[in-house]
Design a protein around this ligand. Structure first.
Ligand SMILES: [Zn+2]
Ligand SMILES: [Zn+2]
Length: 327
C-alpha cells in the first residue's frame, strides 16, 4: 500500500496522517446521528467484539462455576493466572511479530521511523525497551490483573456485589455490556490525570512514558502502582448491579485493549490493498507530547478540558500556549 496517499513523511522518515485525530461522535451536543451511525461499527469491531468473545471463553472454560470460587484454591487461581499469561503472550506477540520482528510492512504508516530494538538505550533495563516492557508486563502487569480478577470473582461468589441474572435482567446485562468501553474510558482518563500530577508522575507514571516511541509491549509496561490503578476498573462491577462475565470483559478491555494505542502504526496492512485502523494516533500523540490526550477519545474529555491534540499544527500551537501559561 502507498502510505503517502494517507499522509506525509518528513525528512527523518516519520510519518504523519493527513487526517487529524478525531474523538468519537458519542457524547456531542447537538447530536450528529449520521456521523454516529457511520462510526458505530468501529465501536464494536474488531476490538470490543474480540474482548467480549474472549470474556465468554474465560467465563465458560477458564474459571470454574461461581459456587466453586467461594473459597480460594490454587487449582482455579493458578489456572487463571497461567491462562492469562499465555493469552497475553499470544495476543501481544502477534502484533510484535508481524510489525516489529518480521517488519512485514516496513515503516509504512509508522509514526516514528525508528524501531526501538535498533536503538538500545540505557534508560531501559538491559538497555532494551522490549526486554523491560515484557518483564514489567509479566512480572507485575498480569499478576496484578489476575489478583484483582480473583478478588472480584471470589467477591461475587461470596455475595459482595449485586449479582444479576442475565436471563431475568437481560436488559441491564445488555446495557452494561454496551457501556463497558465507556466505563474503561472514564476510569482511564481519571487515573491517567491523577498519575500525571508531579509526584505520581515522577515515581509511578514516568515508567510507562519511557517508551516515547511505543511498540506493542509498551502497552502494559507500567509501575505496579499504575497497574493497580489501571486494573481497578473491575471494581465498578462490585458497585453496579453486574455479573462476573461482564467484570471479566471489563478487564479484557483494559488488559488486551491497551494495545491499540501502542501499535506505533497508523494502519496495519492485512494484504495488498487491505488495512485496518488500529486507533493508535490519539495515544501515540500522548506518548510523544506527554501533556495531551489523557483519554482515548471515546468520551471527548480532552476536548472539554482543553487538552486534546489532533496532530495538527494548530493543535500543537494551542498545546504550547497552554504549557507556556502553565494551565
Ligand atoms: Zn501509553
Ligand atoms: Zn501518560
Amino acid at each position: 500500500m502507498d502510505d503517502l496517499e494517507y499522509g506525509a513523511r518528513d525528512e527523518r522518515g516519520n510519518w504523519t496522517p493527513k487526517q487529524p485525530a478525531a474523538t468519537a461522535p458519542l457524547f456531542v451536543f447537538p447530536p450528529r446521528p449520521v456521523q454516529l451511525l457511520k462510526w458505530l461499527p468501529s465501536y464494536f469491531l474488531p476490538y470490543n467484539v474480540i474482548f467480549f468473545v474472549s470474556a465468554i471463553l474465560w467465563w465458560v472454560w477458564v474459571v470454574p462455576p461461581l459456587e466453586d470460587m467461594r473459597s480460594l484454591s490454587w487449582n482455579w487461581t493458578g489456572r487463571l493466572f497461567i491462562i492469562n499469561v499465555l493469552a497475553v503472550l499470544a495476543w501481544y506477540f502477534v502484533f510484535e511479530l508481524r510489525l516489529y520482528i518480521q517488519r512485514a510492512q516496513g515503516t509504512r504508516f509508522k509514526y516514528n521511523s525508528r524501531f526501538p530494538s535498533d536503538t538500545p538505550s540505557k534508560r531501559f533495563w538491559f538497555e532494551s525497551q522490549n526486554t523491560e516492557n515484557v518483564l514489567r508486563t509479566l512480572l507485575s502487569g498480569v499478576p496484578i490483573w489476575t489478583l484483582l480478577q480473583i478478588l472480584v470473582l471470589y467477591g461475587f461468589a461470596n455475595g459482595w456485589g449485586r449479582l444479576i441474572d442475565p436471563g431475568q435482567n437481560w436488559l441491564i446485562f445488555a446495557c452494561l455490556c454496551l457501556i463497558v468501553p465507556v466505563i474503561h474510558e472514564f476510569h482511564f482518563y481519571c487515573i491517567h490525570r491523577l498519575i500525571h500530577t508531579r509526584f505520581l508522575y515522577k515515581w509511578v507514571h514516568s515508567v510507562h512514558h519511557k517508551s516515547v516511541n511505543p511498540s506493542p509491549w509498551s502497552s502494559l509496561a507500567m509501575h505496579p502502582v499504575e497497574h493497580l490503578l489501571y486494573f481497578a476498573t473491575i471494581f465498578y462491577h462490585l458497585i453496579l448491579p453486574s455479573h462476573p462475565l461482564i467484570a471479566i470483559y471489563q478487564l479484557h478491555v483494559a488488559g488486551f485493549g491497551a494495545i491499540p494505542g501502542h501499535v506505533g502504526f497508523h494502519r496495519v496492512e492485512l494484504g495488498e490493498n487491505r488495512s485496518m485502523d488500529p486507533h493508535a494516533y490519539i495515544h501515540y500523540l500522548h506518548h510523544r507530547f506527554f501533556e495531551v490526550n489523557y483519554g482515548d477519545g471515546l468520551i471527548p474529555l480532552d476536548k472539554w478540558f482543553g487538552t486534546f491534540h489532533d496532530g495538527s499544527k494548530e493543535a500543537h500551537s494551542r498545546m504550547k500556549e497552554r504549557l507556556r501559561n502553565n494551565i
